[in-house]
Design a protein. Sequence first.
Lengths: 539, 301
Amino acid sequence: MNPHLPHATHIAVRDGHILGVGTAENIDGWQKAWGPLALNRDFADKTLLPGFIEGHSHMMEGMFWDYHYVGYYDREGPDGTVWPGLKSIDEVVDKLKEIQANRKDKDMPLIAWGFDPIFFTDRRMNAADLDSVATDCSVIVLHASLHILNANNFVMEAADVKGADNSEFIRRDESGQATGEFLGQLGYYMAMRTTGINLLAIASSPETLVNFANVARQTGVTTATDLVNPMPAGSENAMRQAVDADDFPMRLVVAFQGNSMEPAEGVARMQELQTSNSDKLRFSLVKMVADGSIQGFSARLKWPHYFNGAPNGLWYIEPERLGDYLKAFTEAGIQVHVHTNGDECTEVTLDKIEEALRAHPWPDHRHTLQHCQMATRAHFKRMKALGVGVNLFSNHLYYWGDAHINITMGPERAARLDDAGGALAEGVPLAIHSDAPVTALAPLFTAWCAVNRLSSSGITLGNGTQNISVEEALYAITMGAAYSLKMESEIGSLEAGKRADIAILADDPIEVGAEKLKDIIVIGTMVGGQVHINQGRSA
Amino acid sequence: MTHIDIVPLTIISGFLGSGKTSLLNHLLTQSAGRRITAMVNDFGALNIDAELIAAKHGNQITLANGCVCCSIGDDLMRSFMEVMQQSPLPDHIIIEASGVAEPSRIAGFASVDRQLRLDGIVTLVDAGAHNVHSNDPYLADNYAKQIEAAHLLLISKPDLADAATLENLQNELAAQKPNVPIAQMTHGMLPIDLVLGLNAAEEIRQPHDVIEHGFMQWATHLPPQPRATLIAKLENLRPHVLRAKAVLQDDEGAYVLHLAGGRISTEPHEGVASGHFVLIGKPQMPDATALEKIFRQNEAA
């Protein structure tokens, strides 16, 4: 991604940084000043790319591996174990039965995650399915979206929800019986109250951090974000200790949860956090959440709102208060990333950013809209004018593309979902992301989504103008993300002086091409000069 | 089945600047023996007198009167988890919803937690800003939902609006929510029982009536009477009665009656019926003598 030298055969590393990139002839030159360099040919037949940067993920990904993965796709755990994808509801139930039969504490809650009903169109999972796993302990299956969960009758009885009249979050069958499926955060609350397990605890234990780093590392990631963390007083110390450890295989950028305190206090807390910054751990930005999700019908949309007639979604903060926060952080010179899903939310957030910038001009603020899934060309033009960047949720195209065409947005508006091509055409700095654990963390898959724009049923979203090239997608998952984090002078490309962060791939993505981009095998990574090889792969 | 404590939940909803914080401040400082836990968006705005604060710890403030105030910090679920794991549980939980929250969604917490009971949703309507809010290009739908979800509508800052505006607003709200009591509130002042129900008002030494912040409260003891009769008498007093609670006896046994948010409900009462009866209403409600007459008759009026 170095424009002066897009391709090279040799790279020299010293003290965690890149000494030089070039050809065999350059080696002598490097050695003259820096002493002998040992030539390592381990990766001579591999492709080295700048380490991938996941600009929107959550450390919670690391926590879920304490539970049992039951997703549709194979997924690699932090220890390198591959959890095979389960291709039907029956396979999921059988897997849970097997887990229940083999575990020691059979009365403890059994919690699984990653279940994705979009792949099972014939029927939905119900309480009877999970009763067949166990009737005398809680059995809870979290959906991949993190917006829905299934529970067995044990949970429903403990929570006393069978007679509850509130139907917004309890799915009922035609006879009015609760099916065991719960929507939104209330389902989580119920599961947590009945099991006593905090499923969504602030993910900051050292084990969680290490798990998260290992999951990311296996996909070629050398820098990932924890894109919202309330950072209770003192929590940075344990985090610093874990991340700064020599064998911690990744850099971590933590976004402070802006509205966890009042604007002025938040500014002070950010300034305090920044004194804990190190080579591998950064507190450099603030995250604000302005609306909900499209598939959860809680994103704020412009008229005519939802395709299926559902009422417009939710503001997660008063626009006026969002404006207050943006002003305070802008005045203090602190970068803000704002979660906006619906187009109305994007528009209002741009209004508020504009107000903040009129009050406190700041040429290179680089405030960034995260997700920003329904932005129009008009929005991108404004973003360009205001100096606002975008990090699009490209994985959505695949996971919820069909739902957006048929239910939430309709075919016309779904065409412009996560319009990476539009962003680049209008000159908006672009990154793309997974929002792990909402979808699987794997930048090459995210790149594949942005390049191909295929839904899980194989439908192409848009007319081609929204697609980006393989090169553009690779840029987005390296330099694009680095730029969004204001780290482009340190990471994101392989060039002399930058950090020695490398993704080691079995094949060259340009040669492999658009279609098979996601299938490229990641051999390992180098982070600050240290090599980490994936289990089962050899150099 | 073992006894479980059930905590009533009150949600205070309304736009930014509608007076939620003033109301909450009043409720917390005049809690009348209730150990209230309030979940708020922002401590700072609450502006509680320093001398009333007993302890400040992280995201929690404990008041000298036993009330606790904790900041939600964007995570209502986590706040609920923390509060509901306390022992003993609070007597009452109040949530100060954000200006854009849908209170009916927050109420959902009570339906998935057997230890929570929704006492009511109180929505504040700013007398002077109603027209602006109901026409806001981005927030009007939200505003309508907050009014729609209310069990009690409080018109705040009536002193800042002229009489015609106030009357129009009153009529508009009454048309939209015909069964929901509507009252006016100045500087957050109103009888605490109007907002928080009458659960703690069991200790009645002798019948009395008081006018507090422009509302009338009447408390007495009543002889046993059929619940249908009592309900019929209360129905006749609408719309002047805003809340009522009775613990009485009839042929079916001891029962508790609640009138809150325009709904009358009864449930069996464990133990002996005390005969306590409390009413809160508007000044237009019949006076104590008239009420005595109505409720001491053994036939429906």
